[in-house]
Write a protein that binds this ligand. Sequence first.
Ligand SMILES: [Zn+2]
Length: 396
Amino acid sequence: MTEVRTSPAVRESATAGDLLALVRSGRALTRADLRTATGLSRTAVVARVNALADAGLLQLGAELASTGGRPAGGLVFNTRAGIVLAVAVGRSRSQVAVFDLGGTELAASAVDHQVGAGPDEVMPGVADQLARLLTPDLPPVLGIGGSLPGVVDSARGVSVDTPVMGGWDGIALAPYLSGVADAPLFLANDADTLARSEYLGHARDIRDLLVLKASTGIGLGVLAGGRIISGARGSAGDIGHTKVPEAAGRPCRCGDVGCLETLASGWALVARLREEGRDVEHVRDVVAHALAGDAEAKQLLRESGRQVGEVLAVAINLLNPQAVVLGGDMAAAYDVYAAGVRESVYARSSAVATRELQFLPATYGDRAGLVGCAALVLGEVLSPAAIDARLALART
Ligand SMILES: [Zn+2]
C-alpha cells in the first residue's frame, strides 16, 4: 500500500517496522538503500532485516536469486505472509473479499439483503460468505477491514447516531466475525472507505481530494494533505443531510425534513420513478436505464449531480482540493452525473478553487468499497508500530 510517511525522527531510530514500510513503498530495494534512507549502521540494518525475514515478511535476494527472481542483496516484501479480509456492508448488498498483503484481491463474494435489515439479519450471512472464501491453503488472517453507511465510531467499531441505519446503533460488529477469524476488526464509514480506496488510485499523486459517494445515500470522503478527515465524532463529509432550500418540508429517512438526500439520493430517485409507475427497485436500475438512453433517468441523474454540486461547491471553497472523485452507483453513469456536478460547482465555487480542479471517476468502480476496506486494514496491520509489536511478540 502506498500511504508512506517518513519523518526526520525515522532517520535517528528507524525500527524494523519503519524499514518494512520503506521496502513496501518501493523507496528501498536493498539493504544499502535502507542504510541510506535511515542512517542506520550496517549491523543495525542486517539485524532488523533478519528479524523481518524470520517473521516471513521480507524475502532476501539470495533466496530469490536461486529462483531467478531478484539480484542478490535485493529485498522484497512477502505479500503472501498473511491475508486480510474486507467487509463492505451496504444498505441492500454487502460485499466480502480476501486480499493478500500487497492489496491484490484473491477471492470475493456478495450477499443481498433487505433494505433496513438489522445486524442480526445481515451479519450472519456476511460471516458465512467470508468463511466460504477462506480455503485451507491461505496464510493467516492478520485483520479485517469493514465499512458501514452512516456515522461510525472507529475506536469502538460501531455505528452511532445514524437513524438511516436503524437497529445498528451501538452494536459491536466484531463478535459476528469472531468465528471466521481470530483477528482485529477496523471499521470506517463507507464514504471514508471509498476515499481510502484512492490511496491505491488517484491519491498516489494527489494529496487533497474530495471523494463523493453518490449511491442510495450521499456522502463525502475528505482527503486533506494525504489524510482522511473523519472529524470529532466521525461525521465529517456527511453532506446528504445538509438542509437545502429546494428540499424544504420534504421528509427524509433520517427523521428530519429538508435534507439534500430527499432530492438527490438514490432512494429519492427510485421513489420518484416508482411514483410514476416505473419498474425500478434500486438506484442501479435508474443508472441502467440512463445508460440505455432513457431520457427521464438521464435527466434525474443530471439533476441529482447538480443538486449535490451546490453543496459540494461549499466544500470545494473550504478545502481547495486538487480533484473531486465521483464514485458510488450513480457515478457509473459518469458523463451524465459529472455534467450536473460541474454545472453547479463552476457556478458556485470561487474562481481560484476551480481554476485547476479536476473531476475524475473512482479508480475501482463498484469494487471501491472492498479495496477501501483492504487499504484500511492493511494500513493498520502493516503500520510500523503494528509490525514492531508483532516482532516483539515473536521474540517472547
Ligand atoms: Zn436527512
